[in-house]
Design a protein around this ligand. Structure first.
Ligand code: ZN
Ligand code: ZN
Length: 337
């Protein structure tokens, strides 16, 4: 595909999309019914549909019966860890293999012209972003993801919280699935904004930001505190009346969905004239500039409301620079007074 039809490439070879990132159409005024209707399929397909398909496969093939979940045991907890780790290995690993190792698409649609393996860095374990990101994912974040999973499955099965059934609450539970990605965005924004405060940033979140040029393995490369809080979004389903399938979907939107922000390519070409949108640009800009886009791609545009939105356009850039200037002036005033 000709990526220059969709964007521009600078002297360094970095590609950027031509069009600014748009927040979800129901936040755009005046409301346009046709735009909202056209947006719904893109909301479901392909990413949320994939998360739901994985969730159903888990429910029917992987998650033990409620009778088993009633009793905490290492057996089923380790089984869940093994499946989670294998699934991430296959899904993240195939994007990594095709687009980063074999570079089947070269630099087309790639935001940063460089590949992480070309930049050894002292901040990483074994001086390799790939090894560091990989080990943090598999030995810290995925175990913590599994801890969250064990907590809510056990809580539902042991009857600590109500287990709404699909037979009695089909509309409510379907609606809850539909808003789960929005819950994720709000939860992620709040946690993420919090760990960007100076102390917590230094202690916790800087680990994730070591990957200035993220790749799929960067997605879950986190400090353990962040690794737990990030996946803990599923625990909201112990607070709101819910069902373990919906909680599992919520968990998967976080765990499997983390790759979206870190793909590094605007589109993944799957055939000569077909490509999947990665929805990676907002979070790519976050890795590049740190203090913009704490949330997602504008499903719930908290960044827009709090003044930290960068839509990738020149205007977005100017706004960010103006904010940085203001901050600098404030800091200078503080140190001189
Ligand atoms: Zn990130
Ligand atoms: Zn961050």
């Amino acid at each position: 595909m000709d990526d220059l039809k969709y964007g521009t490439r600078n002297k360094r070879g970095d590609w950027a999309p031509k069009d600014p990132i748009e927040i979800a159409p129901f936040w755009q005024w005046p409301l346009k019914a046709r735009k909202i209707l056209a947006w719904i399929p893109s909301y479901i397909w392909p990413w949320n549909a994939l998360h739901m398909a994985i969730t159903l496969a888990y429910w029917y093939l992987v998650i033990p019966d409620a009778e088993v979940l009633k009793t905490l045991s290492w057996g089923w907890a380790l089984w869940l860890y093994a499946v989670n780790a294998s699934a991430i290995f296959v899904i993240y690993g195939s994007v990594e293999l095709f687009y980063y190792t074999n570079r089947k698409q070269g630099n087309r649609f790639k935001y940063n012209a460089k590949f992480p393996s070309e930049n050894p860095g002292d901040v990483f374990w074994f001086k390799s972003q790939n090894i560091d990101n990989f080990m943090r994912s598999f030995f810290l974040s995925i175990p913590l993801w599994t801890v969250v999973e064990v907590i809510f499955l056990h809580a539902f099965a042991a009857g600590y919280v109500p287990w709404l059934t699909w037979a009695d609450n089909p509309v409510y539970l379907a609606a809850l699935c539909f808003v789960a990605p929005a819950i994720h965005e709000v939860h992620f924004f709040v946690v993420h904004r919090l760990i960007h405060t100076p102390l917590l940033y230094k202690w916790i979140h800087s680990v994730h930001h070591n990957s200035v040029n993220p790749s799929p393995w960067s997605s879950l490369s986190m400090h353990p505190v962040e690794g737990f809080l990030y996946h803990a979004v599923a625990l909201w389903h112990l607070v709101i009346p819910s069902n373990p399938i919906v909680a599992l979907f919520q968990l998967h939107v976080a765990g499997f969905g983390a790759i979206n922000g870190h793909i590094g390519f605007e589109k993944l070409e799957v055939a000569d004239d077909k490509a999947i949108n990665s929805e990676a640009y907002a979070h790519y800009l976050h890795h590049k500039y740190f203090e913009v886009n704490y949330g997602g791609e504008g499903l719930i545009p908290l960044d827009r409301w709090f003044g930290t939105w960068h839509d990738g356009s020149k205007a977005g850039d100017a706004q960010m620079q103006a904010r940085f200037e203001k901050k600098k002036a404030r800091l200078n005033a503080k140190t001189t007074s």
